[in-house]
Design a binder for this molecule. Structure first.
Ligand code: HMG
Length: 421
């Protein structure tokens, strides 16, 4: 089915007109059309292009996340069962041993202006170094309000990368997310460099935010790690082994880091920040020495399990959609977070809590025991259980030694048979 006759200029239509065309073209039922219309919002249409409706995700909270002595309730937005349970589980175990210590973060974004076709790289680098004050002045003139707040472009770093020279502008964006500020400044500097005979390849923010690093640490007492079957010291040692494995094997490291990003993405979304930026920065940082590694490390020292993680966390508490989305604003009231530094500290701590819960599960019962129990509701819904059937089906599923879609369907059929008898 071609959509050629209506796809051009689709963005000029209203959301109602777009839904109407899609409904006709894809023969959507009346119920589907109503669903799309009922979930549409004016804000959604203001935020994205070709808007038709809002896609909603569940929001839950982590309670008792202790960072630098303060106890946080942190909203998380995620679709996967067991992520929020695990975050709570990790946070509570670490809180019992004093919580997280978050260092003062570094906080600058990088605007990258790259030039190419340089005849004499050494002479060009020398020329650029001479221009540093001028480049900072141009960048700040392009976005003067940032400098007025005490921020703005502060430093220029020049890097030779292959045949390119990257002029990195280090910019303090104060409490903002800052991507637009950085891009405006980088483009102004690019314009100046072009006017002075340089071939500019690109001017854009870099998501490899190595100048916005946040380090958090925690120490967990053995009793907080124990299970009914395994003492805390053994659990700690097995967690440290898993951590070592993630440092040497990229196959394991990718999964280890996925467990961390389960919590981080969920918290970043709830805070209204750009989670794609945080994801890309995190994975680039995981490969910083040329080998992809686990982002966190856990080791056994002085009868405790010690965890540590450093991550690029260039989040803001103003800008982007933060001030526009009512729920995002409400989330800041729940967390009580007031500054970008505080937000970075809490999000990285949450990532480490999430990681502890996941690898503690791997080191003890295995992931399926806890994770699958919480997946049962999704499984019940996926096999067609109605609201009143979900709890009884979950109950039956949790009594099984093995569970899959076929078994879930059979159990649902049994419940329905029972109901009709
Ligand atoms: P448990 O120890 O069986 O739970 O954990 P519990 O009933 O003993 O409760 C202990 C605490 O856990 C509770 O304390 C809660 O804080 C929390 P309490 O409030 O009772 O004083 N907790 C919950 N919080 C909210 N809702 C719940 C809930 N249940 C417990 N329903 C649990 C069960 C599933 C939490 C645990 O087994 C766990 O953390 N598993 C890891 C789950 C996980 O990571 N899921 C993500 C999907 S798997 C994945 O994507 C990542 C992975 O591949 C990463 C990797 O490989 O490294 C695993």
């Amino acid at each position: 089915m071609s959509n050629e006759h209506w796809s051009h200029g689709f963005y000029r239509l209203t959301p109602e007109q777009r839904r109407q065309i899609l409904a006709e073209h894809y023969q959507l039922s009346q119920a589907d059309q109503e669903y799309l219309a009922n979930h549409a919002t004016a804000l959604g249409n203001d935020l994205v292009e070709n808007y038709i409706t809002d896609y909603s995700l569940p929001e839950g909270v982590v309670t008792g996340l202790v960072v630098n002595g303060k106890n946080y309730t942190l909203p998380l937005v995620v679709e996967e069962p067991s992520v929020i349970a695990a975050a709570n589980n990790g946070a509570q175990r670490i809180a019992k041993s004093g919580g997280f210590y978050a260092e003062e973060p570094s906080r600058a974004l990088v605007g990258q202006v790259v030039i190419d076709h340089v005849q004499d790289p050494a002479a060009k680098v020398a020329w650029l170094k001479n221009q540093e004050a001028k480049l900072i002045e141009i960048a700040n003139a392009a976005h003067p309000s940032m400098a007025k707040r005490g921020g703005g472009a502060k430093q220029v770093r020049i890097r030779q990368v292959g045949r390119f020279i990257s002029v990195d502008l280090l910019i303090d964006v104060c409490q903002a997310m800052g991507a637009n500020t950085v891009n405006t400044m980088a483009e102004a500097v690019a314009h100046y460099l072009s006017e002075n005979g340089n071939n500019v390849v690109t001017a854009i923010l870099s998501n490899y935010a190595t100048d916005s690093l946040q380090t958090v640490t925690c120490k967990v007492d053995y009793p907080a790690l124990a299970t009914k079957q395994m003492d805390g010291e053994l659990v700690a040692k097995r967690i440290a082994d898993l951590s070592d494995l993630a440092q040497v094997d990229p196959y394991r490291a990718a999964t280890h880091n996925k467990g961390i990003m389960n919590g981080i993405d969920a918290a970043v979304i709830a805070s209204g920040n750009d989670w794609r930026a945080i994801e890309s920065g995190a994975h680039a940082f995981a490969s910083r020495d040329g080998h992809y590694r686990g982002l966190s490390t856990w080791q056994v020292t002085n009868s405790q399990l010690e965890g540590k993680m450093t991550l690029p966390m260039p989040v803001g508490v103003v800008g982007g959609s933060i001030g526009l989305n009512r729920l995002t604003k409400l989330n800041y009231r729940l967390s009580g977070i007031k500054s970008s530094q505080e937000l970075a500290a809490v999000i990285v701590s949450l990532g480490l809590a999430q990681n502890l819960a996941a690898i503690r599960a791997l080191a003890t019962t295995g992931i399926q025991a806890g994770h699958m129990k919480l997946q049962y509701r999704s499984l019940a819904i996926s096999v067609g259980a109605k609201q009143a059937e979900i709890d009884p089906l979950v109950e039956k599923l949790s009594q099984q030694s093995h569970v899959d879609q076929k078994i879930a369907k059979q159990l649902l059929a049994t419940i329905r048979k029972g109901d009709s008898q």
